[in-house]
Design a protein around this ligand. Sequence first.
Ligand code: PBG
Length: 329
Amino acid sequence: MFFPVTRLRRMRSNRTIRDMVAETKLMPEKLIQPYFVIFGEGKKIPVNSMPEVFQYSVDELIPEIKNAFALGLRSVLLFGIPEKKDEAGSSSRDGHGVVQTAIARIKAEVPEMYVVADVCLCEYTSHGHCGLILDGAVDNDRTLELLGEMALSFARSGADMIAPSDMMDGRVGMIRQALDEAGFTNVPIMSYSAKYSSAFYGPFREAAGSAPQFGDRKTYQMDYRNAAEALREIDQDLEEGADIVMIKPALSYLDVVAKVKAEAKAPVAAYNVSGEYSMVKAAAKNGWIDEKKVVVEILTSIARAGADIIITYHAKELLEWIKHEEVKL
Ligand code: PBG
């Protein structure tokens, strides 16, 4: 008997056979591109810590989204930066708010673009926390009602899907009820179920102007030392009516993505967050890595771990690279 009998290299000898046996393929239709929307006109403001990411006024966002749709992007996730902030984040529930306006315009001008609206108070509150502050702490139950109203306001503007990212207990159930009572029974909820308290959100907080003015988010976002707890969060959200469960961030949490995929009987999303994006951009700018190859490898690894849906700031640029045949998936 010759050794070795098993030669795994046989299946790697050329691109054709490698493609044939590939277990994972990145599918552009499973990517969601986040956008930051601001008030005003003619504004396209670069975000310092996130190269090639901008804050758009609605009039600038529309051509950007038309262009992205033409490249093959099918879904966007919207974040709003309001004109005025207050203790209760009132502008988040304003029918003429910045995200509400953007949703309505996108659905009018690019109706096939699937619009997901992020529901969380932190971009709208003066203190930058994700809920109402009572006696110096974020009050869970009083926040729930506001989140329900915010979600409903987005649904009324035409949002295709609601994505709560606040991490209050019970918010999925509250939002589901608010949507159902108003007749939005067909609007799904993609819950940020296992959202960790992470330093990888740093650049986002600059983009969205949402850094907490005191303390941190550790009393509501998950502790990154925990994985079993993520499964409890997932179970709870599914029981409350979540349609899709999300793990966030993605890269340092691929073990959690894999565990959730193995257990949850629902589609799994992973959020490749701002800090993960900016690290790639910074290294690429220095010429230390091959950006396009690294991005394809990162996104494929998130899919391989089990994510059905990937939210990433790289989505549109990846579609551009595919169009110009600069990458192969
Ligand atoms: C709002 C929210 C955050 C992100 C998405 N929704 C920031 C936070 O919780 O501080 C982070 C996204 C990213 O870093 O790309 N709560």
